[in-house]
Write a protein that binds this ligand. Sequence first.
Ligand SMILES: *Cc1c(COP(=O)(O)O)cnc(C)c1O
Length: 433
Amino acid sequence: MHKLAMLGGEPVRRHLFPAHNTIGPEEKRAALEVLDSGNLSQFLGAWGEDFYGGPKVQEFERAWAFHTQTTFAHAVNSNTSGLFAAIGACNIGPGDEVIVSPYTMSASAIAPVIYGAVPVFADIDPQTFCLAPASIEAHITDRTRAILVVHIFGHPADMDAINALARRYNLQVIEDCAQAPASYYRGKSVGGLGDLGVFSLNYHKHIHTGEGGLVTTNRDDLAEKIALIRNHGEQVVEEKGSKDLVNTFGFNYRLTELQAAIGIEQLKKLPALMEVRKHNSQFLSKHLDQFDGISSPYVAEDCVHSYYTQAFRYNAEILGVSRDIFLKALRAELPSSYGREKDSLIGGGYVRPLYLQPIYQDRIGRCAFNCPRYKGQVSYQAGLCPVTERMHFSELFILEYNRPGMTKADLQDVVNGFEKVYSQRQALRDWHE
Ligand SMILES: *Cc1c(COP(=O)(O)O)cnc(C)c1O
């Protein structure tokens, strides 16, 4: 076998992997139709029929509600704004606490902060990487108002246990489904398991509209609040006859007709795209599992995973070389992909545990952490969530080679890269920067 590329040898592969592109003639046609109509958005920030948006937005919402088996789906312009609307709809404000996962994209935890509330980080489960119910319970105080779960990497959180806690302590449950557009828990779609679900349609997700998102719920009261927060609620509450006015002052979180038309076509493609993702993921899991010390993602019984990425576990003791050096060697063997030339499709850990970010370390902002109405003592110390830190800093690695567009030969190159680094890992033992 050739010498490792990191040590000056020939890499397993030089030419880039294929781009990830789910947009085709269907989306083009749908977008052109909207452009021809001249009606790129029909939302009106006044009470009336157009308060709920135009025909494409409403058609897309019906299709999404059907897809997620929920009563209401409201389109928004991002998952981030959807999370803000969800926190607002739950009447959360200064003095309140929301339990969130520290192992997620930063927006999940910022939503409470926007409303002057305090995010409290509980630890994750080492198999699913979602919030661990026991840790959630340990962090509940008399200020806790909601649990914001994230179905991270596409694996559903343990919703039965989490909903039981919510009932016992009278809390609302918000699901961040950004990475889980086709995930199921005991036969039910995510997004309808808690009080509110929030999806993402940004460019990096399974299907996309450039930017965009949806908020799902089975509760009429919350659906109304979301619609108000999405579209200048203060302007319409009187005429609409809204009763609960708390947090109904609104933003502009509206999705355009153009994006909704593209979203309708993207949603139709989701089942086929999921089949490919599942197939690719199973291929990679099967082959990479053969290397001692590398374990493929766990999927709980009764759960369907969306495989946004594949999160493997790495055991440095068995492999005899640190995760980060192993991955560095692997990145030298395998190129990036078209459209992501500067990026790698494999990395150690995900995002740094959120409480280590400056906003929490330095408690920046007058509300929420420093709000006079806040009587709690939230901690953001390093060491707060030991499982999260262990996964992030040493045991977990993530790859995106499972995405649609990869051929069997492409996937085989990935396996060959692993094989080469694995078989020559002794050479990495005394490697230094
Ligand atoms: C992508 C993502 C978001 C943010 O989604 P946007 O639509 O870009 O606002 C939030 N949470 C998670 C878990 C995500 O993966």
